[in-house]
Design a protein around this ligand. Structure first.
Ligand code: NAP
Length: 349
């Protein structure tokens, strides 16, 4: 049985390990913690073995620690790195490469340049099979992942008729559980957002995509305002909405008031971590003007990349057929059921 270690137990790592622990095809060896805080006890109480850096062992003496991260990595077939952005690169150089262990990195890392973690950004809708023979792959960030779910169906249906994608990303300031970051009363702009190059890396360098990104004071999801320009008159809004009807991880909602409305509903029906794990097209504010479709969708920041990591893991460890991998991910994440519930709750009135 393949052994998987999750390095990092923050917003992303804690979700990944919780879901993949139920996967009978792998053995989850444990999780890496770096600070001796409440989350150590939380991980242990959920039945996970916690490993810590050798040099910090003393700081964790009040907890039942299972061993050193440096040692457990040598026993792993795959590490899912869920460290803070940029630290994944350091881990690759100091741990994964020297120990010859495969790894998945998260979207806060870079591909290309001096601190590149991988040659590929994964998006299950676009390049699932490309991960088969890769030792190191980066899972796109939440915004980058959501955008692939929108762009790829458009590209397949309309091809050369698509002239330009102008997207404004309204990014959440911090995550729900992130008590360290204060949400400031400000709107901040991002110079040269990484999302543009990240999306083009898997959609194709010639993708006519232009992104602006603003950070807004909320913890409740991202919203993308995507203007899709056609060469000639644009299709109807209904045609665009129909395009996403059967897309995995895309729900179409009509009467949500805002992102918190969706999060509250997810919490009320006890979705794990209050996550929907998907993007939500807001059909009531999607409009067409001349040659342009103005699409609005929200993106569940922490949830969306978690099933993606599971799909990527299956591609790297088992080279599983794409449709079998999706079926298996569905058994753990129940996204079809979540989509149905969301669409019923936020249906057209
Ligand atoms: N949050 C999101 O919505 C989101 C969405 C998509 C992608 N991502 C990406 O996912 C990655 C993780 O983000 P996050 O939000 O989960 O961060 P986070 O909540 O700050 O958690 C980071 C975790 O990494 C641990 N850590 C510290 N040093 C480490 C090291 N040297 N090696 C491994 N782990 C280490 C921390 O441990 P201690 O707490 O024990 O110090 C903490 O558990 C980033 O690349 C981020 O860009 C985040």
């Amino acid at each position: 049985m393949k052994k998987v270690f999750v390095n990092g137990y923050g917003s992303i790592g804690s979700r990944i390990i919780q879901f993949i622990a139920d996967d009978k095809d792998i053995e989850v060896i444990g999780v890496g913690k770096y600070s001796p805080d409440d989350k150590v006890a939380d991980a242990i109480s959920r039945g996970f073995h916690v490993y810590v850096p050798k040099a910090k062992t003393d700081a964790f003496k009040n907890y039942k620690i299972s061993g050193a991260i440096e040692d457990v990595i040598s026993q792993s077939d795959l590490v899912i790195d869920a460290s803070p952005g940029g630290v994944g690169y350091e881990n690759k150089k100091t741990l994964y490469e020297p120990k010859n262990v495969s790894a998945i990195f998260q979207g806060g890392e870079k591909i290309g340049g001096d601190e590149s973690v991988a040659g590929l950004i994964f998006n299950s809708r676009v390049n699932y099979e490309k991960a088969f023979d890769s030792k190191y792959v980066m899972q796109g960030s939440c915004n980058v992942t959501g955008m692939g779910r929108i762009l790829q169906p458009l590209k397949e249906k309309y091809g050369k008729k698509l002239k330009r994608f102008d997207a404004t990303l309204l990014r959440r300031w911090a995550d729900l559980e992130d008590s360290k970051t204060q949400v400031k009363d400000s709107i901040e702009w991002t110079r040269k957002p990484h999302h543009n190059e990240d999306v083009k890396s898997y959609m194709g360098a010639d993708t006519p995509l232009f992104i602006r990104a603003l950070k807004v004071p909320t913890r409740q999801m991202h919203v993308h305002l995507m203007d899709i320009r056609f060469d000639g008159p644009a299709p109807s809004a209904q045609e665009i909405i129909d395009l996403y009807k059967n897309e995995y991880g895309v729900a179409t909602l009509y009467n949500a008031k805002g992102t918190k409305d969706i999060r509250d509903y997810a919490e009320s029906i006890k979705f794990n971590f209050k996550d929907t794990n998907m993007i939500h097209i807001h059909a009531d504010v999607t409009e067409v003007q001349d040659d342009t479709v103005k699409l609005t969708y929200s993106d569940d920041q922490t949830g969306i990349v978690v099933p993606e990591n599971h799909l990527l893991m299956q591609a790297m460890l088992f080279k599983r057929k794409r449709e079998d991998a999706f079926k298996h991910t569905e058994e753990l994440f129940h996204m079809e059921e979540k989509k149905k519930l969301l669409q019923e709750h936020f249906a057209k009135k």
